[in-house]
Design a binder for this molecule. Structure first.
Ligand SMILES: Cc1ncc(COP(=O)(O)O)c(C=O)c1O
Length: 438
């Protein structure tokens, strides 16, 4: 009898796989998933941050089954529905913004970012967009076109895309730890080959996530936004991974003291169901009809899930939990640094955390192979997490927002053992065969 994982290998296309170890799931509860052998594994990825309330949360079960028992159509294209309108109203209340704003509902972070990229250029008549090296805004053509991640070198870029370094305090380019040189570069581009009146928007990840969980230097994003706003350039905060409470505040931009024109959200908004949102100025969001639509956009079942996530964040104080338990997780990981030379840096906000691995702390040489072995060994020992980064050497932790302190202790103990086993050479090279990761 072939295993579920083997059947997946035969039946499902590789085009959509990003695999780190042979995980086949049959269920889940809270912060744990259950694999095909019946084993419980502590999930500190939460499916890349999507399972924001943990698996099978009662509020989500109730909302989704309720919406299905009396199904109000399937979309907002040609009829509205209450769940979609409620969700949009809630998002407008929960997010910062100036003037009249509107909400666009989609399925994924990719479609939300693609919609904004297309709308800002078409509505303003300005053709260029500013992005960052290492940025991941999605996997559709239009979202890849404004991204800068090494995994997407095959993708066609948007015309005249302006790409800036994302200032990384751990790996400063030419010693610039504040991002001042990035701002100088942009000003110089504005004066030379990239006149600001040609630029529609800047896409910002307030923590650069798939690029390596990079927390920008204090004040940098605010200065960047001020500079752009002075030139009428719209600011877009891509909060697909870090929004919806994951950093301990509802939006991550809030930590950085800037008010973006657009906010995009996805992943955790649906708690595991596909729903995304773009929130932005009404004059752009209403500049045309039928401009960016898919049959199931504004789906009432997914919108009901989104509402349940927002309600539960409020009723269960999950912003506070993300800040507190995230703080405890960061502190525990920093303690691990004392026994593991391989850990070069631990950073993050709330429950958005990166652990950068290096060959030695002096050289900061990225330890990519060790990262791949550690996530593999952790899987064997009962912990799910993955690695990210332009150098494939940053462990990413984006657990459910209701993670407990005991679960942090369990994760730390497994991770410590996985690092020990890797360093001691107890994880053979051949286990990684077929698991390329990023
Ligand atoms: C910051 C950011 N934006 C957009 C996306 C794309 O989201 P999705 O894969 O849900 O389309 C991701 C996915 O990792 C992301 O991290």
């Amino acid at each position: 009898m072939p295993s579920l994982y083997d059947r997946d290998g035969v039946a499902l296309s590789k085009l959509q796989k990003l695999r780190f170890f042979p995980l086949a799931l049959t269920g889940g509860h809270g912060s744990y998933v259950v694999d095909e052998t019946g084993r419980d594994l502590l999930d500190l990825s939460a499916s890349w941050g999507a399972v924001s309330l943990g698996h099978s949360h009662p509020a989500l079960i109730e909302a989704v089954s309720g919406a299905l028992q009396n199904q109000a159509g399937a979309s907002v294209l040609s009829a509205t529905n209450e769940a979609a309108v409620d969700l949009a109203e809630r998002l407008l209340d929960l997010t910062p913004g100036i003037g009249d704003r509107k909400v666009w509902l989609g399925h994924s972070g990719s479609d939300a970012n693609e919609t904004v990229a297309r709308a800002v250029t078409a509505a303003t008549g300005r053709q260029r967009i500013i992005t960052f090296t290492g940025a991941y805004h999605g996997g559709t053509a239009g979202s890849m076109a404004v991204s800068g991640h090494s995994v997407q070198t095959h993708a066609e870029k948007s015309d005249g895309l302006i790409s800036l370094h994302y200032p990384d305090p751990y790996r400063p380019v030419d010693g610039d730890t504040t991002g001042a040189s990035v701002l100088e570069t942009l000003k110089h581009r504005f004066e030379t080959d990239a006149p600001p009146q040609d630029v529609a928007a800047v896409f910002i990840e307030p923590i650069q996530s798939d690029g390596g969980l990079i927390v920008p230097p204090p004040g940098f994003l605010k200065q960047l936004c001020d500079l752009c706003k002075n030139h009428g350039i719209l600011t877009v905060s891509d909060e697909v991974k870090v929004g919806v409470g994951r950093t301990g505040r509802f939006t991550c931009a809030d930590h950085e003291g800037f008010v973006p024109d657009f906010i995009t959200m996805g992943k955790g908004l649906g708690g595991g169901l596909p729903i995304s949102a773009a929130i932005g100025p009404a004059e752009i969001m209403d500049f045309a009809t039928s401009f960016s639509m898919q049959t199931l956009h504004g789906n009432p079942i997914c919108a009901a899930a989104g509402k349940a996530v927002l309600d539960t964040i409020h009723t269960e104080n999950l912003l506070e939990n993300a800040a507190k338990t995230g703080g405890y997780l960061i502190q525990s990981l920093r303690q691990l640094m004392q026994s593991h030379e391989l850990i070069g840096d631990v950073r993050g906000r709330g429950l958005t955390i990166g652990v950068e691995l290096v060959e030695t702390r002096d050289s900061k040489e990225p330890a990519a192979r060790a990262a791949a072995k550690i996530v593999y060994r952790a899987f064997e020992l009962g912990l799910i997490h993955y690695y990210v980064g332009m150098n494939s050497n940053v462990l990413e932790l984006t657990p459910p927002l209701n993670l407990s302190a005991q679960e942090v202790d369990e994760a730390i103990s497994i991770l410590s053992k996985a690092i020990q086993d890797t360093v001691a050479g107890r994880v053979p090279d051949d286990v990684l065969m077929g698991f390329e990761g990023w």
